[in-house]
Design a protein. Sequence first.
Length: 288
Amino acid sequence: MKIGFIGLGIMGSRMAANLQKHGYSLVVFNRTRAKAEPLLGPCGTFSDSPAKLAEQVDVLFTMLAHPDAVEQAALGANGFLNHLRPNALWVDCSSVNPSFSKKMAAAATARQARFVDAPVTGSAPAATDAKLVFWVGAEAADLEEIRPLLLCMGNRIVHAGGHGMGTSVKMVINLLMGNAMAAFAEGIALGEGLGLSHKMLFDSLLGMPAVAPFIAAKRDKIDNHNYEVEFPLRWMQKDMYLATVSGYETGIAMPLTNVTKEVYRLAMREGHAGQDFSAIYDYLANHR
């Protein structure tokens, strides 16, 4: 089986490397070729375009930053979707909105290709250790065909339903994480403003039911103001924005998320875009 991989950023590069560790040969494409260099060799070749890549593979993974990037790779100039072999599988692991996944599924079907949305939960360390969780929207038979590949990159697969349902679960998860991180940061900033020590607040609150468990893993970043990126703040803001788009499309009110996504946007304007999303603490602590 020949596998294609498009998008070799923080997550995609690690996912592709784990496929290679299991003996799979890859054809890869990334706009910045330098990011592909560690994957090139006996089990990895670079393609000059998504279109040329598609002609060579049976299964194509995409792991791109946002819907526009996915659509450009699929349907833009030199896009891959018109060049996939009949019955080939396109697995989109990007964090996008459900209506976009359904649109891409329809575009694939019209071109005799199969589509799977399979976004992941887990940051860079989980991607390195092949401990990602895949939330899958697909036909059951298509999922079974790619299950061995997903298990090279992750340790849990949840079949959420048909096209767009994997993306739907991922959207809910990131909405909860983004709101929880911002609420915790705001609470800590208030506590410090009231005269409570940073250390006492963290020692007391982490592990309490009121605090999301994942925040404990962010303590070192916040304590040391060293926001080495695991999940960029700008992509958290993007995911929360896409959640509000889905809320608009489905008639669901999203008052909390609409406000919180703007807080992340303000943090981006002050230089936090490329930092880990836990840097929302620094932004709020400096604006109390």
